[in-house]
Write a new protein. Sequence first.
Length: 190
Amino acid sequence: MSETELSDAVTSGTGAPSVVAVIGAPGSGKSTVGPLLAARLGRRFVDVDTVIEEAEGRPISDIFVTDGEPCFRELETRHTLAELAAGGVVSLGGGAPATPVVGEALTRVCVVWLEVSARTASGRVGLNDATRPLLMGNVHSRMVRLMAERRPVYAAPADIHIVTDRLRPDQIVEEICTRLAELSGPSPAV
């Protein structure tokens, strides 16, 4: 998003963008940082993965196994676009930015990319987390591959990029807020 577009997306009340999309690999901290950021900005928070599970009445892992990844990606795209349109702080599924229509939508909102090392992410998601179908098996080696594939996808729309490995959630939120203030520019004189 250009500085002009970001300035146009800023609401007058808080100085924060009306939509902040939080992207990153599994274990990067999206679901932990997102609600804290939303509370700090006075915005609603939504985790698209949770929205999908509630709408479908079953875990994402079941959707992958029963209906396949293409069906899941279709659901993910539909719900992601709807939640971005609704505004607030929106935590996207790890693979959502790789979908072309979602990638395009991300160019129109403020995007925060939470980056994490494969080692840290593997520790956060567990060694054999059945709720993350793309990481089944050797979590660390799959995480290394997944991150290498997705890094350019995450980097492309990112307005703010934060490496989360050594930061607590509150420190990440503070850094995001500092960067949002820098992106939105100086406050107009009253």
